[in-house]
Design a protein around this ligand. Structure first.
Ligand SMILES: *[C@@H]1O[C@H](CO)[C@@H](O)[C@H](O)[C@H]1NC(C)=O
Ligand SMILES: *[C@@H]1O[C@H](CO)[C@@H](O)[C@H](O)[C@H]1NC(C)=O
Ligand SMILES: *[C@@H]1O[C@H](CO)[C@@H](O)[C@H](O)[C@H]1NC(C)=O
Ligand SMILES: *[C@@H]1O[C@H](CO)[C@@H](O)[C@H](O)[C@H]1NC(C)=O
Ligand SMILES: *[C@@H]1O[C@H](CO)[C@@H](O)[C@H](O)[C@H]1NC(C)=O
Ligand SMILES: *[C@@H]1O[C@H](CO)[C@@H](O)[C@H](O)[C@H]1NC(C)=O
Ligand SMILES: *[C@@H]1O[C@H](CO)[C@@H](O)[C@H](O)[C@H]1NC(C)=O
Length: 346
């Protein structure tokens, strides 16, 4: 265009300089006409380009999703609500339901399996199980982050997934599954991604120890027709598993209980900056308002939650230990003495 204009001015100069005397009026008219035609042409190009640009801008705006309306929440909650866009499915009519991320941090035989079935009984909670029991997923921090990203983006498809209408998504994570080892990076991940932690511990650590021993015995003995079961679904199965009474090494007992207690305390210290709630298995069993607290913590609608799991053991602890007298002697007069009077629950 610029070239055209330049050559045109040259042409005009030529006309003007070469023949100024010959019928100047006609020439001027020709030049004027030429200028008008050019002007119209340039204008039409400009208009075309402008309209093209606005068209593409409009198109771009249509391609970007319309943002979800801002939920009615307190400002502090903003980092904790998410709108994941899973690669494996569409969130459909629930795409504007905010999703919250959680992790149940616990130890083996602390009732977390049972607790998780309760959470999964909620239509809007997806807890995906003990994801990090598989070693490669926790072999280094990048594997851990990759796994967590997949879970929190709702792309981890398990039977517990409620998919499109999930309002809280999480997993069960044992302290000895890379959690304590990589605690600094994990705390940072939880902070930046807005993940909340649900600590689930057991008050009676002696009761937990019996459960650990019985469970590890069954892993080898496979009392239920040759299959090892950590959790049971019928009173009959529970009765069979409860027949086994472990022998507890009384010499090591105090040290072992202290070790577990220290690990729990250390975990609380490491993750104290993470938004969290602390629950004890015994309290959840006895006091159903604890489940109300959890649902409030996860900001899901309140539901009555049910589990089909049956407790393996019930009743006084003394019935479930082979060498109860040794255990009693080892703990009486210590700060763990209270454990002796606990009830045994799986
Ligand atoms: C206008 O857009 C169309 C399609 O996007 C393109 O083919 C055309 O060259 C554009 N015209 C101008 C003047 O940029
Ligand atoms: C919750 O548990 C009850 C009773 O077992 C069952 O009928 C219901 O389908 C469960 N809901 C979900 C979402 O799992
Ligand atoms: C982390 O572990 C995964 C799986 O074991 C492995 O493929 C990857 O190379 C490791 N990454 C680093 C940085 O070590
Ligand atoms: C819970 O799930 C139901 C469908 O099962 C859905 O209609 C509802 O919007 C969900 N609620 C939240 C808070 O996401
Ligand atoms: C074990 O197998 C027998 C016979 O097949 C059956 O009657 C019994 O119920 C099974 N027990 C359990 C705990 O599954
Ligand atoms: C208890 O453990 C200690 C240390 O491992 C061991 O020396 C002792 O023999 C054990 N006692 C019993 C009764 O198994
Ligand atoms: C049950 O738990 C709630 C809150 O978690 C607490 O306020 C209440 O005192 C507890 N009730 C009993 C009987 O412990």
């Amino acid at each position: 265009m610029a070239d055209d204009l330049c050559s045109f001015t040259k042409l005009q100069d030529a006309f003007i300089s070469k023949s100024p005397k010959k019928s100047p009026l006609v020439l001027r008219m020709i030049v004027l006409m030429f200028v008008m035609v050019c002007g119209v042409y340039i204008c039409s190009i400009c208009i075309k380009q402008i309209s093209n640009r606005t068209n593409t801008e409009l198109l771009n705006i249509q391609v970007i999703d319309r943002p979800c309306p801002v939920p009615n929440i307190e400002p502090w909650e903003i980092p904790y609500v998410h709108y994941p866009k899973p690669k494996t499915f569409s969130r459909a009519e629930c795409k504007c339901n905010p999703v919250r991320y959680f992790a149940i941090l616990s130890m083996q035989r602390s009732g977390s399996g049972w607790f998780e079935t309760l959470l999964n009984n909620h239509t809007n909670i997806s807890s995906n199980g003990e994801i990090f029991s598989v070693k490669v997923r926790r072999s280094n921090i990048s594997s851990i982050v990759e796994t967590l990203d997949k879970i929190y983006n709702l792309d981890w498809l398990t039977s517990a997934s409620k998919n499109e209408c999930t309002a809280a998504v999480g997993l069960k994570w044992m302290l000895n599954q890379g959690l304590m080892q990589h605690h600094e990076e994990i705390v940072e991940y939880l902070r930046t991604r807005g993940v909340s932690a649900i600590f689930l511990f057991r008050r009676n650590l002696l009761s937990r120890m019996i459960s650990v021993l019985a469970n590890s015995y069954d892993r080898d003995a496979k009392l239920l027709n040759g299959t090892h079961k950590s959790h049971v679904h019928s009173p009959h199965e529970a009765e069979i598993l409860a027949k086994y009474k472990p022998l507890i090494n009384a010499t090591l007992l105090m040290r072992n209980l202290k070790q577990v207690e220290d690990t729990q305390a250390k975990a609380l210290e490491y993750f104290k900056s993470t938004r969290h709630i602390i629950l004890y298995y015994e309290d959840v069993l006895k006091n159903r308002t604890k489940l109300v607290d959890v649902q409030e913590f996860l900001k899901v609608p309140q539901r009555d939650l049910k589990s089909r799991q049956v407790k393996i053991h019930k009743g006084a602890l003394s019935n479930y230990v082979e060498n109860w007298d040794d255990v009693r002697k080892a703990l009486e007069g210590t700060r763990y003495q209270g454990f002796l009077h606990g009830e045994y629950r799986k």
